[in-house]
Ligand binder design. Structure first.
Ligand SMILES: Cc1cc2nc3c(=O)[nH]c(=O)nc-3n(C[C@H](O)[C@H](O)[C@H](O)COP(=O)(O)OP(=O)(O)OC[C@H]3O[C@@H](n4cnc5c(N)ncnc54)[C@H](O)[C@@H]3O)c2cc1C
Length: 490
């Protein structure tokens, strides 16, 4: 089998043009797309087709310059096999697209977009207690499919995020302290490999690949076409809460929040967000505000008890605590980020929030240079509980020792001046770097970040060596390749 780079070389595409994408369009001008179209059960969409824009636009609009020559709307694992055979024979660049939320646009390509979006069936086997999710399912589809059964699986809060990329990189969210990562609840997945075999991966079959697919990150070992999960029951009481502190120094409140939260039962999950409240157009805010939002599998009175040390001392500017059904809670917590999708993020895993860490975070957030959007700041997702129960080596997801997961975020609109966008980027890097003396040397692989030093070590830690071995076994030619792919050599 020949790797992707070897194919492109054979097709006359240089490394430089591979980096810019410029030579690829030329090299694939003569590609016989009709041949691929007739091999597919699904449709092949070309730039002249009316559906084209709808299927190529991904969440992060800064990668729009990479637009495909064709999009294969796969309907089955055999469609994926046909796509792989085609790109291997024709020497065409490709990308695998689940939900299109890769932080580095790794599901964008100038060649063939292998799109799984229509493999979006969800089913529940009541007897076996197993939820099956197609590779194109987005998180927002889960409630309608699973609420009749009173079960759920871990899901991201943004309804448009793909369950594929989310699960393969770990998959954390509001129910994780009690029920773990999406990848912790994965019991089986179907994988199409570079040599076009269709493998079932679980604890008994291809167990090494199954280990790697739980946290190793999307696009590294093959194309996953289906995922099976062990769900959890959500028929008990659910309470949601949201507190806002404005016009006060948020640093001591943040420390108190972390203290109250870390001793809270694992039924409780929360995210604390330090952010500037107003977009630049309305003037610079005086100081960041702090929002605490979360979910508790239990009664409202318990949430107030848990948070009393914080809300009793620092009166929130606004507050909501409501006992609602799980599905209403899930809707309340759903969050669609930045309307334009022009945003960037850097992550870390953190020990307990100290006064110094909180002060650094507050001071950095105050220095955000602004943009026409208010989505910027630093988010702390409460960690612990079921997230930390497996050993770091039990699956490829190594981050099992933190107290919270932190993410710096900046965003902008397409109309914002370039200099301001660049300043926002600089702010992101500076703030993240300054926070590192308080952080663990680990980052979340699902927040792909090319500027991060030692990203392989930070994403995979001691599991890297084993991931390299699995990569060598299932994809020895590194056919599945992108700038942050797992290597075949150390
Ligand atoms: C607005 C927003 C909110 C988010 N919220 C959360 C959150 O709450 N929790 C969390 O853990 N993460 C969250 N993330 C991060 C998210 O999990 C990752 O960005 C994830 O990779 C997105 O997956 P996708 O399928 O949507 O993206 P894609 O861009 O389609 O895929 C991501 C990567 O996986 C590969 N890939 C996709 N599908 C497959 C497949 N079936 N087989 C093999 N490879 C595949 C792609 O080629 C690409 O390299 C969020 C991201 C955004 C932008």
């Amino acid at each position: 089998m020949i790797g992707r780079r070897s194919f492109l070389k054979a097709a006359g595409v240089s490394a430089a043009s591979l980096a810019t994408g410029s030579g690829i369009a030329h090299a694939i001008a003569d590609v016989d797309w009709g041949r691929l179209a007739s091999a597919l059960e699904g449709r092949l969409i070309r730039p002249q087709d009316s559906e084209y824009l709808q299927v190529v636009v991904a969440f992060f609009r800064q990668f729009d310059d990479r637009s495909p020559q064709a999009v294969a709307m796969c309907r089955s694992a055999s469609d994926v096999q046909a796509c792989l055979a085609f790109v291997q024979e024709a020497g065409v660049e490709y990308a695998i697209r689940g939900g299109g939320h890769s932080y580095q646009g790794y599901s964008n390509t100038s060649g063939l977009q292998i799109d799984l979006g229509e493999m979006n069936k969800i089913s529940y086997d009541d007897k076996a207690g197993v939820v099956s999710v197609g590779a194109g399912v987005r998180s927002g589809q889960l409630p309608a499919a699973l609420s009749p059964y009173g079960v759920m699986i871990p899901a991201p809060r943004c309804p448009a995020v793909g369950m594929s990329g989310f699960t393969l990189g770990g998959g954390l969210g509001f129910y994780g302290r009690k029920y773990g990562l999406a990848s912790d609840r994965l019991i089986e997945t179907e994988l199409v490999t570079a040599d076009r075999r269709i493998l079932t991966c679980d604890e008994a079959q291809n167990a090494d690949a199954f280990w790697a697919l739980r946290g190793g990150g999307g696009g590294n070992f093959g194309v996953n076409t289906e995922f099976k999960f062990k769900p959890f029951d959500v028929r008990g009481p659910s309470t949601i809460f949201q507190f806002l502190w404005k016009g006060k120094d948020p640093a001591p409140i943040l420390v108190a929040v972390q203290e109250a939260m870390s001793s809270a039962p694992h039924d409780l999950s929360s995210v604390a967000m330090l952010q500037v409240s107003e977009p630049l157009s309305t003037g610079k805010p005086e100081r960041p505000e702090l929002t605490l939002q979360g979910h508790y599998f239990g009664r409202k009175s318990h949430v107030r008890d848990i948070l009393q040390p914080v809300i009793g001392r620092w009166r929130p500017t606004r507050q909501t605590v409501a006992e609602v059904g799980f599905w209403q809670a899930n809707t309340f917590l759903a969050h669609s980020m930045a309307v334009t999708g022009l945003t960037a993020s850097k992550s870390s895993f953190l020990p307990a929030v100290s006064e110094a860490m909180a002060a650094q975070a507050v001071s950095a957030v105050s220095e955000w240079p602004g943009s026409s959007l208010p989505e910027a700041g630093y988010a702390f997702l409460l960690w612990g509980g079921a997230y930390n129960e497996p050993k770091p080596s039990d699956t490829a997801f190594v981050h099992r020792n933190a107290e919270s997961a932190g993410a710096w975020i900046t965003s902008w609109s397409s109309g914002d001046p370039r200099a301001l966008v660049k300043e926002g980027d600089g702010w992101l890097m500076r703030s993240w770097e300054a926070s590192q003396k308080y952080a663990l040397p680990q980052s979340y692989q699902n927040i792909a970040d090319t500027n991060m030093p030692n990203w392989l070590g930070r994403f995979y830690g001691k599991n890297l060596e084993r991931l390299v071995e699995v990569k060598r076994k299932y994809d020895p030619e590194k056919f599945f390749d992108f700038p942050m792919a797992i290597p075949t050599q150390r």
